[in-house]
Ligand binder design. Structure first.
Ligand code: IMP
Length: 469
């Protein structure tokens, strides 16, 4: 049995909490895409751990696997592992030999491309972790894989091909002098000239390879997971980011470079789609919507300077008030930057699209408590575009930006003692909130597995464990 966790919006749906709750039954938790662009906070036995690469399950004694669909920065991985060791933990983390390696030059190139794009206001607002450039090299058949770090001859050959190209890109295309670039601007732990130096990279990455081998961390991912399953173990597949920034199904080009949707779980672990499909696929939904950075958001309330497009957002006094209310109640400020997130009503065309792309068998709806106290809760039920009613989002981002949300209204629900609700179960959820949840489940033709009613792991109403679904 597998359970696959997928973000159905823009990536801040509270996947971590649900992985925690339902991961309890899992023996292995495998991430299938992304890299250290995914920040998550894990609270375990009263201690807080901030991680970006180590799967949260590994802190709780599960085997954490970084699947072949991931891009792995070994420097980040070992920093996180060392920090966990210092705090007395000994997490069991395995890395797929087929996963691609993020090199320091990828981070430099990520930053340089964003700089160039920002001159034309088309920057994606990436996390600067080198994610896009690493996936580009994977698709361009010039990447370095984790398995290559274990074989010095292969590593030499791979670097000999790719590094001169990258140097030429910086010097001849961008016209920049490597010596004049500051490593701090790119968050790399070597100087910029070293980031583009074959010998320096060879020494550093060979050492990472030796450590991976000494600690027995590398695996043939699909075969490893299949063996575990054959022994009767339970596997959870953990998606990072969300459908709205999926490279195929998101708001291209304002996307990440991988597939957070459920298909990514098969490709990114090496277990087939039938295995993923025999299990549960859980769409994580926030009871409203948030987005960081630019791009369409037809149900947006209020306006965030520098992020909301000129025509976007309900900028009426009431719209601004609601935005502030939801943002403050939900703590919708970036964890690292403190920047306010854009907020809006739930967007059903987007959720229908997410459910179609991933085939959700069930849902976990978070932040239901955040909306408590509002007289009316609205939902963008459909869009109107060029006089037509749309049930799902159009395929181009430009058309999506032109869509006007058509709303449905629900009576609001009161503020209650949510921890009591979490203990008592689904029937204790206020009736109007149950109606809202019922609507979402019916529209997406999926069961409700869980309802998040507060920030903690214990503030979750578990309706059905997806491992039993
Ligand atoms: P990249 O993944 O660093 O290339 O960034 C591409 C886009 O994905 C940017 O808009 C990022 O803000 C967004 N993004 C990447 N990772 C996350 C995440 O974990 N949560 C939310 N947004 C993310």
């Amino acid at each position: 049995m597998t359970v696959t966790i997928v973000g159905s919006q823009f990536g801040d749906e509270g996947k971590g909490g649900i992985v925690d709750v339902f991961g309890e039954r899992a023996d292995v938790v495998a991430r299938y895409q992304g890299g250290d662009n995914a920040g998550h906070t894990v609270v375990h036995e009263g201690e807080e751990y901030k991680l970006s690469l180590v799967p949260s399950g590994a802190v709780r004694g599960k085997i954490g696997v970084l699947g072949n669909g991931c891009v792995v920065n070994p420097a980040t991985l070992f920093d996180e592992l060392d920090a966990l060791h210092e705090r007395g933990l000994d997490p069991d983390v395995r890395v797929a030999e087929r996963a691609h390696v993020i090199m320091p030059f990828h981070r430099v190139l990520d930053g340089l491309e964003e700089d160039v794009k920002s001159e034309d206001d088309i920057a994606v607002g990436t996390t600067g972790r080198g994610i896009g450039p690493t996936y580009e090299d994977k698709a361009g058949r010039r990447g370095v894989r984790i398995g290559d770090l274990l074989d010095p001859d292969v590593l030499r050959d791979r670097l000999a091909y790719v590094v001169p190209q990258k140097r030429a890109l910086v010097e001849q295309v961008y016209g920049l002098d490597l010596d004049a670039l500051d490593a701090e601007d790119f968050g790399i732990e070597v100087t910029v000239p070293e980031a583009f130096d074959e010998d320096a990279l060879f020494e550093r990455y060979r050492a990472f390879g030796e450590r991976l081998a000494e600690e027995g961390m590398t695996v043939n991912c699909g075969a490893f997971l299949a063996r575990r399953r054959a022994e009767g173990e339970q596997v959870m597949m953990e998606g990072a980011q969300g459908t709205g920034i999926d490279i195929d199904h998101g708001s291209y080009p304002y996307v990440t470079s991988s597939n957070p949707t459920a298909g990514g779980a098969a490709v990114g672990t090496g277990l087939g789609p039938t295995v993923v499909g025999q299990g549960a696929v859980v769409g994580i939904v926030k009871a409203y919507i948030t987005r960081v950075g630019t791009g369409p958001l037809p149900t947006e309330l209020g306006h965030v300077e520098g992020q909301t497009p000129p025509e976007g957002g309900d900028t009426s006094e009431r719209g601004q008030e609601l935005a502030t209310y939801i943002r403050d109640e939900g703590g919708e400020y970036g964890t690292v930057t403190g920047r306010p997130r854009r907020v809006g009503w739930l967007d059903m065309p987007m959720l229908r699209h997410a459910a179609t792309a991933s085939g959700f068998t069930g849902l976990a709806v978070n932040h239901v408590d955040t909306l408590a106290g509002l007289e009316t809760v609205k939902v963008g039920h459909t869009y109107e575009l060029d006089g037509e009613e749309l049930e799902t989002i159009p395929a181009t981002t430009e058309k999506w930006a032109e869509c006007e949300a058509q709303y449905r209204e629900f009576d609001g629900w009161p503020e209650v003692d949510w921890s009591e609700v979490a203990d008592a179960g689904y029937d204790a959820i206020p009736e109007n909130a149950q109606e809202y949840l019922g609507y979402i489940a019916a529209e997406l033709d999926a069961d409700i597995y869980a309802v998040g009613v507060g920030p903690g792991r214990e503030d979750t109403v578990v309706v059905q464990d997806p491992f039993d679904a």
